[in-house]
Design a protein around this ligand. Structure first.
Ligand SMILES: Cc1ncc(C[n+]2csc(CCOP(=O)(O)OP(=O)(O)O)c2C)c(N)n1
Ligand code: SF4
Length: 241
């Protein structure tokens, strides 16, 4: 039987540790396919933030570094400076990237650090029990906002765009994996072209959202009202007669 997994995954460690229905698995499979297609596995270094991101620490057969919470972006910036021939990818949650680590993200974008950042927006702090994050939707119930969150939330790719017009900055969703895969490829190509790259991904967290498969998809769709994706899903071609 053909191996359905990316070549750069470490298949002996499967099944992976994410909860059923979690969006991380979709993103990481697409990332693995892009690394395979670009032929960069032997020079890629993955930086994992603390949070559910760390559950991927042994998912790939690629060099990796586990960083402190919120510090993945500067760690990978430093790594890239010492090994300019590498492909440095920081992988973080929205708590790590937008709360404790926002200054790192914006400073790195402004300095046009030559790295790629993937940020998983699941509208809460997943690993620690679903607390409010900077991306929690207005009115959303979380473990720290049982009566519904306030109206404040932040949009990261829009901020990065202001910080650096030369950076690749986009938002995708696991609801549209084919479009997301293209974005992941462009993110890494932007590093190959010498620029900072940032991709926020709307991603399901059924455990803390307390949703079934249908409810997870509905919540992901609702997120797009607050976090517009950079590219709409391509229209389905009309049948030819
Ligand atoms: C400096 C520091 N502060 C707080 C924590 C506790 N902590 C661990 S994971 C986490 C939240 C992670 O949420 P997020 O970054 O959104 O990632 P997710 O788990 O949702 O993927 C927190 C607050 C920590 N490990 N280190
Ligand atoms: S808590 Fe949420 S983000 Fe973390 S593994 Fe479970 S479903 Fe995924």
């Amino acid at each position: 039987m053909n191996n359905p997994f990316p070549q750069c995954w470490r298949c002996s460690n499967k099944p992976h540790k994410f909860d059923p229905g979690c969006g991380h698995g979709i993103t990481l499979k697409l990332l693995g396919e892009v690394i395979d297609e670009l032929g960069i596995a032997n020079k890629t270094v993955l930086g994992w933030d603390i949070g559910c991101s760390l559950l991927a620490w042994d998912l790939f057969d690629v060099d990796a570094v586990q960083t402190h919470h919120g510090r993945t972006v500067p760690v990978m910036s430093g790594f890239k400076k010492s090994r300019p021939d590498s492909i440095a990818i920081a992988y973080t949650g929205d708590g790590g990237g937008y709360a404790i680590g926002l200054h790192h993200l914006l400073n790195s974008a402004q300095r046009d650090e030559n790295i790629s950042v993937i940020l998983i927006n699941n509208a809460n702090y997943g690993m620690t029990g679903g607390q409010e994050a900077p991306t929690t939707l207005p009115g959303q119930k979380t473990s720290t906002t049982p009566n519904g969150a306030d109206e404040l939330f932040m949009r990261g790719p829009e901020l990065v765009q202001v910080a650096n017009k030369n950076a690749f900055s986009a938002r995708g969703t696991v609801r549209q994996p084919l479009v997301l895969k293209k974005m992941l490829r462009e993110l890494i190509e932007s590093q190959q072209n010498g620029h900072f790259g940032f991709l926020e991904i709307l991603s399901g967290c059924p455990t803390n959202w307390k949703t079934d498969a249908k409810g997870t998809m509905e919540f992901l769709k609702r997120m797009e009202e607050y976090f517009p994706t950079s590219r709409p899903h391509p229209p389905t071609p009309l049948p030819t007669c």
